[in-house]
Design a protein around this ligand. Structure first.
Ligand SMILES: Cc1cc2nc3c(=O)[nH]c(=O)nc-3n(C[C@H](O)[C@H](O)[C@H](O)COP(=O)(O)O)c2cc1C
Ligand SMILES: [Fe+2]
Ligand SMILES: [Fe+2]
Length: 412
């Protein structure tokens, strides 16, 4: 782990993690960067922390050394967000140095006690409060509740215009410590992080899209020159680019998204599968791209990302024990809980005797208040007939035509 200088008096410590499921749940084939920052005035503060800091004192000494900061010079630890991916290092750190003040929101203070038994030397702050580190470096705090937990805030360095945004403006993807800044990356690299950001958003932030919009509005008044998130690259050249990306993603949550159709399908014996290629071809014949995923083979992390980007969704699934094919029930449940609402959709599938999948799908999407607009479903007994396939294709074309003009725009 190597530290780098973000700007005068601001340093970045970071570790890449790859051999875990993020939140114990989401695949990260390209890893994820865990960032923390040291800010120096006369006094020094560490903002957020890296979860896999190994607790070996030498590792920490070494990193601080690189920044010419001694352990005893750390006066403040700023906990923007209490989720253990950022706060998990506090306990071992406290063993090395007990004499520092934690700065966090009141809600975070309560969590500090529940998670780590930390009650002493905690100063709670709320929106508008500041902390003067000396040498003209004043940190200002702004609460951004529910991005990602209720206690979350951001820290803004008034001297350099750096916003330490924690989960907000973050992304998946391991970051090279040689080039952790947008000004040091090629366009291709930045686009890689933007794609990783979309999946991070769909998996981690999507359910909190309204709070994310509120947070962006709140931060509008700040002169943000650098965005330094808890995950992903630091936006030093064009911070507005990541703000625009997050605003767009928050918009996708409530639909429409892109003029694309995600086709999710599952099949036991290949009956439902027979209609997959025809419907994909039909959609594409209207010039609309598709993203096709089989469940359970494709993991929810990727299916959610895909649905999040698409204005249209097709579900192909059979009836299983009077209900939905289980992995499809699971993914629809996740889509609803992540608040990916207001999509245009169509479902087809096979059954053997009485069906039942459609009824459960209707109940589930109602219960989750997904507000999806469905074309009439097409169900068939056993394998689809030529007429069934023609009808399914017609629905596919209809769906494609309907999403063609239904596109997210910045003005909303
Ligand atoms: C474990 C299992 C449970 C099933 N449960 C039902 C059911 O409750 N109702 C029904 O109409 N058909 C049921 N079927 C029949 C399937 O829906 C039917 O075989 C269908 O053609 C499967 O489509 P697929 O090949 O795309 O999976 C069941 C089949 C299996 C293997
Ligand atoms: Fe978080
Ligand atoms: Fe996080």
């Amino acid at each position: 782990m190597r530290t780098t200088q973000v700007t005068d008096g601001v340093h970045r410590l970071s570790a890449n993690v790859s051999n875990i499921l993020f939140e114990g749940l989401w695949e990260i084939p390209n890893g994820v960067a865990m960032n923390s920052y040291v800010v120096k005035g006369e006094k020094s503060a560490i903002i957020d922390g890296v979860c896999d800091w190994d607790g070996v004192p030498e590792t920490l000494f070494d990193q601080l050394d690189q920044m010419q900061v001694r352990l005893e010079d750390i006066d403040y630890v700023i906990v923007n967000h209490m989720e253990p991916d950022h706060s998990g290092w506090l306990e071992p750190f406290k063993k090395l140095r007990s004499n520092f003040t934690v700065i966090c929101t009141e809600k975070a203070g309560a969590l500090l006690e529940s998670f780590y038994g930390i009650v002493d030397d905690v100063r709670t702050v709320s929106s508008g409060d500041t902390l003067d580190l000396g040498n003209g470096r004043v940190l200002a705090f702004e609460e951004i509740p529910n991005v990602h937990w209720p206690e979350t805030m951001v820290t803004y360095d008034t001297k350099s215009g750096t916003l330490f945004s924690c989960d907000a403006f973050g992304s998946f993807g391991a970051v090279s410590n040689d080039a952790p800044y947008d000004d040091a990356l090629t366009d291709e690299h930045i686009e890689f992080f933007e794609r990783e950001m979309e999946r991070y958003y769909a998996n981690i932030v999507a359910a909190f899209s309204r709070p994310t919009e509120n947070a962006i509005k709140k931060l509008d008044g700040l002169d943000v020159r650098i965005i330094a998130p808890g995950h992903g690259i630091v936006w030093r050249h064009d911070p507005e680019r990541v703000v625009r990306a997050y605003r767009r993603l928050a918009g996708y949550a409530k639909g429409p998204a892109r003029p694309e159709v995600t086709v999710i399908w599952g099949s036991m014996y290949g009956m439902t599968e027979k209609a997959v290629r025809p419907v994909v071809n039909a959609i594409e014949s209207e010039g609309i791209p598709t993203r096709v995923h089989r469940v359970p083979e494709t993991k929810p992390s990727f299916v959610l990302d895909s649905v999040f980007q698409s204005s249209g969704v097709v579900l192909g699934m059979p009836t299983y024990e009077y209900k939905m094919f289980p992995p499809m029930a699971n993914i629809v449940d996740e889509i609803g809980k992540k608040r990916m609402i207001n999509r245009r959709a169509f479902r087809f599938g096979s059954y053997g005797w009485s069906g039942g999948a459609q009824r459960e799908l209707d109940e589930l999407t109602d219960r989750l208040k997904m507000h999806w607009q469905w074309l009439d479903p097409v169900e068939f007994r056993g394998r689809p007939t030529v007429e069934d396939l023609e009808l399914i294709s017609e629905r596919g074309r209809e769906l494609a035509r309907s999403v063609k003009e239904w596109v997210y725009t910045e003005s909303g």
